[in-house]
Write a protein of this length. Structure first.
Length: 531
């Protein structure tokens, strides 16, 4: 047990603590302290601290995971350990950024709002003299869908009010300080266009009535909004109103807070401590469960494992086309290329607006019925945001490294595209008024093929049991996610069923061509475990 703690657990603690401290310090020095809010807040405080721990865990902890005697016959346990260690560092790192953002925020006192120009940007402001000009407020309407079947139609109204030194400042038509108010309402997406328009009219009237009754001058302090998706909507409210000039990134959007400044942190610190202890405890239990591999430990002490580490080679094999594994990386690259192009077009990163997705080829029944059939195919290369993209590409990579060597590149590509289109058609049948995008329908189609070939015994018994379990877990997890979030299970089921039928049809020909094929027996076998 001492060796496990010394060689695996303590290095995990060191890696975790160093990453959290270094990333948090850099976030403070480079972004928060100088007021450099040009980066998306979700990117800096959520995605980077969640994703970047994979690098130190892969480089320094991954070789130490090899010291544990993890059996590979029942599944890819080394990769599971790698993923758990990654998340065990990432989750506390995310909470640390959230606490840092609120705890280090300085409350700056201003005599009046005009002093913002000469003051150093901070997170919080106490303004002694101010007046809000509700007569010159600006409004922006935004719609989206949500729910497990995209059955909810979300209506949001963003209103910004100029914050002035005195009302005479309005005559200049150049304002940079605003207080933002967000209103939200939800209806069924299955309503007709006429009913949705009526709902919009009623919601807008209710919003304006409530806003007119609000005392916008009554607040304890102002909180400067970071570079978020909501802030972009408030900026659009200013730019599209046509009332003001200079509506750009120099605008300060505030949230009016009506609680004491001392309560700004909430329970963030307590959650950070609990999460850190829980993650460390989970990793300790996982380290103590298996035995030490004495042979690997001796090699590690001599430095042989580090010298012969093939991790970089495995990554290259996963991402670069090669014989037997050609179409899968190309499909991944195509999805990445479309996403990167949309990002550089200024459409977002964490998520994209439904309007923009429709412009780029999302699946939408009214447009399909007008003759835009190409959307059935284009939508499988679109994703709603970075999380959507990464989840789907992981699923595609997992099934591709084992399935493509068996089916061949042409068959793999044809089945991928056909099941993707069939998944899109299934989605249209269930969701008449919702936009759809994502490669998950086509990926589920490949999992359907994979399961059919496993049941047809085209793989040996040991491989069949292990990967049938892995595939079932992946499919079950995604279908379960569809019951609780904004996931299109209709497309998933359409792809899965059509892929399963395709797999049963392909099985006899593939059996004749490959006889008994398994990943370990193919000439172009897939890359080994990451760890």
């Amino acid at each position: 047990m001492k060796q496990k703690i010394k060689f695996v657990f303590i290095p995990f603690l060191i890696i975790g603590c160093c990453f959290i401290v270094i990333y948090t310090l850099l976030n403070w020095l480079l972004i928060i302290q100088p007021g450099n809010f040009t980066f998306k807040e979700d990117l800096v405080n959520l995605w980077l601290p969640l994703v970047l721990p994979a690098i130190p865990v892969f480089i320094w902890l991954r070789p130490r995971i090899k010291l544990l005697a993890l059996k590979r016959k029942t599944g890819d346990l080394p990769t599971l350990y790698f993923m758990i260690a990654w998340l065990a560092v990432g989750v506390p790192a995310v909470l640390a950024q959230k606490y840092l953002l609120s705890a280090t925020g300085k409350l700056t006192r201003l005599n009046n709002i005009a002093d913002m120009k000469s003051s150093v940007k901070t997170k919080y402001y106490l303004v002694e003299k101010h007046v809000t000009d509700t007569a010159h407020a600006c409004m922006y309407k935004y719609a989206s869908t949500s729910g497990k079947h995209s059955e909810h139609y979300e209506m949001s109204v963003f209103i910004v009010v100029p914050v002035l030194k005195n009302l005479s400042d309005t005559t200049g038509y150049y304002q940079t300080n605003w207080i933002g108010y967000k209103y939200h309402h939800q209806v069924s997406s299955k309503l007709s266009h006429e009913k949705i328009n009526e709902a919009w009219a009623a919601f807008t009237n209710e919003t304006m009535t409530e806003f007119e009754q609000r005392n916008t001058n009554n607040f304890a302090y102002l909180q400067l909004m970071g570079n978020t998706e909501d802030r972009d909507k408030y900026i659009k409210a200013v730019t599209r109103s046509g009332k003001y000039n200079g509506a750009n990134r120099e605008n300060n959007i505030f949230t009016a807070v009506n609680e004491p400044f001392s309560a700004r942190n909430g329970n963030t610190l307590a959650w950070l401590c609990r999460a850190s202890v829980a993650c460390a405890a989970i990793w300790l239990i996982m380290v103590l469960l298996p035995k030490m591999d004495k042979a690997a430990l001796n090699k590690f002490k001599k430095g042989d494992i580090a010298k012969n580490d093939d991790g970089i080679k495995d990554i290259k094999e996963l991402l670069l086309p090669r014989p037997g594994y050609y179409i899968t990386p190309i499909l991944i690259h195509c999805n990445l290329l479309v996403f990167i192009t949309m990002v550089f077009a200024g459409l977002g990163f964490i998520s994209f607006d439904t309007v923009d997705l429709l412009k780029w080829g999302a699946n939408y029944k009214p447009y399909i019925m007008e003759g835009q059939w190409w959307r059935l195919l284009s939508c499988i290369f679109l994703h709603g945001g970075i999380a959507h993209l990464l989840a789907n590409m992981y699923g595609l990579l997992f099934v591709g490294i084992f399935l493509e060597p068996v089916t061949g590149k042409k068959t793999f590509l044809i089945v991928y595209l056909v099941t993707g289109v069939l998944a899109s058609l299934t989605s249209l049948y269930w969701h008449e008024h919702a936009a759809g995008e994502g490669a998950s329908g086509a990926i589920f189609g490949m999992y359907g093929v994979f399961i059919a070939l496993l049941l047809a015994k085209l793989f040996d018994a040991a491989v069949s049991r292990a990967f049938l379990i892995s595939a079932s877990v992946f499919i079950g997890f995604n279908l379960l996610a569809g019951l609780t979030g904004n996931t299109d299970n209709a497309a998933h089921m359409g792809g899965l069923i059509s892929g399963f039928i395709a797999g049963l049809m392909l099985a006899p020909a593939l059996r004749r061509r490959n006889a008994m094929v398994s990943p370990s027996a193919t000439a172009d076998k897939p890359p080994g475990s990451w760890v």
